[in-house]
Each structure stands twice: as structure tokens, then as C-alpha cells.
Write a protein that binds this ligand. Sequence first.
Ligand code: ADP
Ligand code: MG
Ligand code: ZN
Length: 728
Amino acid sequence: MTEQLEHKAKEVLKQVFGFSGFRGTQEPIIRNLLDGKDTFVIMPTGAGKSLCYQLPAVVMEGTAIVISPLIALMKNQVDQLQSLGVNAQFLNSTLSKSEANKVKKETIAKKVKLLYVAPESLTKEETVSFLQDAHISFIAVDEAHCISEWGHDFRPEYRRIKTIVQQLGDHPIIALTATATPKVQLDIMKNLSMEDAALFKSSFNRTNLYYEIRPKQDIKKQLIRFVKEQKGKSGIVYCLSRKKVEEIAEFLKVNDINAAPYHAGLDANVRIQNQDGFLNEDIDVIVATIAFGMGIDKPDVRFVVHYDVPKSLEGYYQETGRAGRDGIESKCLMFFSHNDITKLDKFNKDKSVQERDNARILLQEMTSFAESAVCRRVQLLHYFGEAFDKKNCNKCDNCLHPTDQYQGKDHVELVLKTVKAIEERFGMLHVVDVIKGNPTEYVQSYSHDKLDVYSKGDMETEDFWRSVVRQTMLAGLIEKDIENIGVIKLTDKGAEFLKNPYSITLYKNHDFNDLKQEDEEIDSTPIEATAYDEKLYEMLRALRKKVAKQKKLPPYVIFQEPSLEEMATTYPCTIEELTSITGVGQGKAEKFGKEFVTLIEQYVEDNDIITAADVTVKTTANRSKNKVFIIQQIDKKLELEDIAEALDLSMDEVLEEIEHIVASGTKLNLNYYIDQVVDEDKQEDLLDYFMTTESGDLEEVLEDEDIEDYSEEEIRLMRIKFLSKYAN
Ligand code: ADP
Ligand code: MG
Ligand code: ZN
């Protein structure tokens, strides 16, 4: 890729999209596509897939064709792009003939940067011949798992994409999906003939989601209490049946919660009305079957409740994934009961034996997940073939409220010995039968009752041993054989353990049979600390809603919540200051900013913000509150030493905080302080140095011999000044 293009990409990221940096693997993905290579992106929901094709589309010449399955989603994305000042259009069945012709004309005239096309429109001959005349930059296939029957949302029209794309000439393809299973992955690559594409698969860890599972008991009371705690926030409550959806929506409404139902059986008008109401924040809580979700690109869903148990962990992950796409803390709460599992199993009674068995395996996974007291994140990621290296995520019920732990060295050793003794040819249930000493037909026919390990664990229950086997698996000591479904094998790590056993902590399972007791234990969710000015934040939200109504756009298209939070933290009073807010580029600031900065200015004038904030800030030692405090004190031109003292931090730590603040896109004016401690000449030299140095890394800079005559403090201060001035 040319340097020019790379430079332009960075500029567009800031100017058009208003982001201060790329997230995760966005940068290498974008570079690959700009280089004209096929690109395959697997990223969880909310990780930021859209930018991976939207940004190159803006940077490159011509029109990017975006194939996307849902019409609702399409309009949404086009609205968002237009709000950023990007010429994006869509072609689908909702357009009249003359509207469609207008879009086509603009495309041929090379004015359109992104053209969203529904697969069913794409397959029309007239569309193909029109696209053959267009100047195409590349082709993006969003939600690419729709190609595969093994995904969770197969769409037959997607199968025809390949032949059509081939008729359009040789263009790079980027395929994107949030489905991770290897089977689907392979299907996509084959179906789009992109076996040689560069694969970018990112972690499925959604760090901002809090997971909790509660026993399904006194559920209505629990639900009301939970939803009321999230007052005014957007949330989804998933139920299994349409009947339940209507019942719960009604129940919430009666309890003064702004809720509405959504399921495929509702009249289309009502459905659209409820969905739009949710997007526009007229409705806080949508109660829905799983039909609701995929088309919803709402970034600020703050909670997802599973009123009923989902059919699979994959489903659970996808549905909970709809919370917190904007990266802000969000909660996922599921109510579990064995009764639900039995019910779900009954639903499958008309299916073939094979299908029913598969569905049962998925349900067993679901049950084990709920019952296990191991970190939810560790379990979920393990399910997607990913290891989570930290023991404790601190953001799930199991991490916050650990159950009884015990020393599991001997238990694990017995499991491993048994797996080995039965020659790694059997599944979990058989392993447990041998350990427990159950003389089943199988056990006897293989003479496993003659083994040393037989009945060595008869003092514990079968449930207990199942839990040990699972935890042995989560620890990576045994694994499922991919070729022989259900068979358990030792891993190298497991063989190592047998030679050299070490201590290992295991957890007692939750017992959902004894619900009363559990109910008392787990009821508190973590308290969120808000670092921003809540009053101003609410005012900004109200204004956003008003503006959105006028412009007939969903509110988050105007500004997203992280941006509003930051505004309520740094109080930007001019359009220029506004552009330093994450998510606010030049275009957006000019388009929507005026009313917002006017409001903030008025608010700053009306309130003695600094004193008011001081009071709330001093009461906690929260990191993000430190940031707010520091920003405010610097605005008041306080000495850094005094700030350090007030926060009980070292100077080094304060500088580190300031570096973070600046790096995440907030401008800070430290001149009043720097002028006192750094000579004018030195200032100039260091600024020159930063203008020319390639490295953005502080450690590297500190070791650079070119500036070894300067003190660390001088270097760090000038780097902050430099970043604040030029990079933000
Ligand atoms: P996905 O399609 O992967 O589910 P989206 O593309 O809808 O996710 O992006 C999710 C959210 O992340 C959006 O609100 C988007 O504005 C935000 N986002 C994407 N890239 C960045 C970035 N580089 N910096 C900050 N926010 C980003
Ligand atoms: Mg997406
Ligand atoms: Zn955890």
C-alpha cells in the first residue's frame, strides 16, 4: 500500500469517523484490503467490523458494493454513513423504480462511495448489468455466515453471490462474520472462492459484558427489580414463546416500565413500530423471541435478559452479544431451571433421531455452563476454542461470588488415570461410570470393572464427577476428540500432569435443584461508577433525542453514548473542542455540534461545575474518576504536584494518567506547568524531535540516545504537549 493511502486512511479515521485510533485488528485488515487482497474477517458482534470496509470504501476510488442480508440493517448503516458526510446508498425492494434509477445514475457517475445491495436485488439481471458499468473498488459480504447451512441464519440467496460476483470482474472481496465455528468458516471460504484470503480472527472475549445466571425462582419479582435498577436504559428480554413475550411485555408495562413486545407473529406494522420505538428510545425494554436481534444495530443496549434458557451456548453468546456494542459496561442475566431444559428437549420430539441427539448435546452444554462455578468467560471462550489466560475475569457472577473451592489434585489425577486406562476411547458419561463404579453393560463388556481405577470415586456423586471432568477439560488437561464426537482424550498437558501432579483449585457446582438457597446468595450485581457529570449527561441525551426526532434518525446516529459521556466529562464548549471527543469527527461536529456545545456552555456557566465535581470525585479512588479529577484540575491550572498529593498518587502515576487521557483523544493544556519546569530551548528541541521521530512508544522514546540529555519528566511532559497539540 502506498504511504499516501495509509496516511489518508488515518486521516479519514479521525476526520470522518471521529475515532482516535483503530480497534483490535482493524488496521491490518484495512491495510490488506487497501492492498487489493481478499480478506476474511471473524470478529465478535460489536467489535467493529463495519469500519473494516467502510473506511477503505471512503479512501479508495470508485464504489464499494456491500452485500448485506437485512433491509432494516441496511437503511440504518446508510443513515449513519450519511450523517458522517459519506455518500452511501442502498438498492433493495423498498425503493421505487425512479428512486432506484437515481441511485444507479449517481453510482455510474462515481459519486457513491458505498452501495448496499440486498442479495435478492443482486441476483436480478438488471442489477448485474448495471454493476458491470459501475466503477467498483471492492466487494464486501457482511454477515457472511448466511452462506452456510451450518450457521445460525442460512439464506439461500447468499449461495448465488459467488456466480454474480464473478460476472462483475476481478475485484477484491472482504467477507465478515461473527460466527466462529470452523465448519462455517470453511463453508464461507469455499462458497466465495476465497481460500487464499488472509484470515483475521479476533478474540471472542467481550470484555465489557457482565454475565450472571440466576435460578428461575420468584422470577417476576427478580425481573422487575433488575429492570428497575436499569432505569431508562435500553434492554432486551428474550423469551422462548410468543405467548410468553406478550405476557411479560404486559407485565412490565403494568409495572411502569416502558416495554413493548416483538415476535414474528405480530402484525408487521406493530412490529416495525415497536422496533423503531426501541431504536428511537421511546421504548426502553423490548420483550422478544430470538427473531429480534440480528437486524438491530443499536449500539447502546445496556442489558440482555434471558427469561427462558436458550437452546445453545452459541445462541446465548449471539443474543448476549447484542448488549454493549459501543464498548460500555452492559449486563447479561439469564434465569436457569432444569424445567426449561426439559421443555426445550420436548420441542424437538418431531425431529429426526440425529437432529434430536445433536440438540440434546447442545442442551447439555447449556446445563453444564449454568451449573458450573467456573468463570463464565473462561467457559464461553473455551466453547469457541479460545483459551482465556486470566483465571478470574472479575466480571461474572462466578468470579464475584465464588462457590466453595476445594483442592482438586487427587480428583483430577483420578480422572486422567481413568481416561488413560480406558485408552482414550470413551466419553464423559463412561468415564464417570468407571470412577463411580457403576457396573453398566458397557463397563462390564469392556471389563472396565476390573481396572484399578474402578469405583475409586464411589464416595462422591455422579454430578460431582461430571463437574470434575468438565473442569479438567477447561484446564486443558483433556480434550474432546474432534473426529469422534464425545470421545475424551488426554492432552500433552494432561500427560504431563500425570507424571508430575500439581495442586489445582476446583469449584463446587451450583445446585439449581435447591433453588431457595441459591436465590438468597446471588443477588447483587456490581455497582457501576460513573465518572461523568450525570446531570449534564441526561441533558445531552435529551437534546440528542430531540435532534434525532427532527432529523428522523435514531439518536445514536447523532452521537453515540461514549461520546456523550466524554462530553459530560470534558465539557467541550466550542466546535473545535468537540472534535477532540472520541467518535466526533469534523463532519459530525459541524453537522450536529452547535446545539450541543451551546448547551454545554450554558451548563458550565449556570453551574459551579468544578466545586460540584470535586465533591463527588474525592469520595472514591476509582481510576476513571481520577481522570476526570485530573482534567478538571488541569483546567484550573493546578500544579501537578498538588494534583498528585490530592489523589495520593506519585508524580509518575499522575503523568501516566495524563498520558492515558491524551492518548484517548482528549486535549489537555499543560503549558502553564511546562513553562515553569522546562526551558524554552529544551521545549523547542523536544517538539522538533517528536515531529520527526517515528516511534509512538514512550519506552522507546525514553531510550533514544538522541535525547539522552533530557530528563524523563521533561521528555514525558513534552510528549504530552505534542500529542495533545497534534494528534488530537
Ligand atoms: P460489528 O459489525 O462488528 O458488530 P460495528 O461495526 O457495528 O460492529 O461497530 C460496533 C461499534 O463500535 C460501533 O458503535 C462503532 O461506532 C464502534 N467502533 C468501531 N470502530 C471503532 C474505533 N476504531 N474506535 C472507536 N469506536 C469504534
Ligand atoms: Mg456488523
Ligand atoms: Zn469470570
